[in-house]
Write a protein that binds this ligand. Sequence first.
Ligand code: SF4
Ligand code: ZN
Length: 301
Amino acid sequence: MKCRKCGAAAAIELRRHNAAFCAPDFQEFFRNQVREAIRKYRMFTTEERVLVAVSGGKDSLALWDVLIDEGYTTTGLYLDLGIFDYSVESKAKCEAFAARRSVPLIITAVADEVGAPVPEIKAATRRPACSGCGLSKRYLMNRVALDHGIPVVATGHNLDDEAATLFGSVMHWQTEALPRQSPALASTHPRLVRRVKPLYRLSERETAAFAFMRKIDYIVEECPFAVGATSIAHKQVLDRLEHDSPGAKHNFLFGFLEKARAAFERVDGVELHECARCGQVTTSTVCAFCKLSDQVKRARA
Ligand code: SF4
Ligand code: ZN
């Protein structure tokens, strides 16, 4: 197999693009996909600061690596979820990356903000770990960005993540979730920053290959609470489709973004207020994060 660009021996085959690339040309292809995502959705400019939410995994560190090399002014944000060894190791990977690339990294511990780490939140709420964890992550990403005057948060969600989320929403016809499924969410309130996903055009396999070629040291283990998550089952279904029909995930996600998403946008919109307790945006009087931290504190008392 030969590289489509230079004819040298290929290091990776991309069946959905009907192409193969040598390592240098694959990295250029990867960067071009990120550039195209940023351009198409006007995610951010070189004049803006970007908060990159990093988990220590391949996707978020690969994203940070590309944005640094593209000349963006980035700050990393690592949210310490307090999930046993997984959090200890993933935090060390982020710290090592930030030190190697000489870029700033903010570390915020969920336990300091909510009152307990994710495993205790799970016990206190008697809900799946991902429920309190996801809520805390979304809230803290926005609040940290606001506190530091950064207008946009970038996350490492890739094509596989986005296709699996879309599949889950469609399976349950969660029509209120569909318009929020986008590579770029605008700020709809002065206290909400923009959220963008510059890797949405790249598959999990492609980000893994990029991270490997760039010698990025990332955590390979998944969060222990991810085991058995329905999102993983959805990914497996899509993997089978992709195997038999390369490009299936791409067509599913991009077809939705281009042809269907607009149909689910709500015209009435939702009314946003500032939480009476913390000032963050909510649809009720007190936000879900403040309610969660009350519940956790009560359970610990
Ligand atoms: Fe949080 Fe782990 Fe669930 Fe991801 S899988 S949302 S890190 S608890
Ligand atoms: Zn609040």
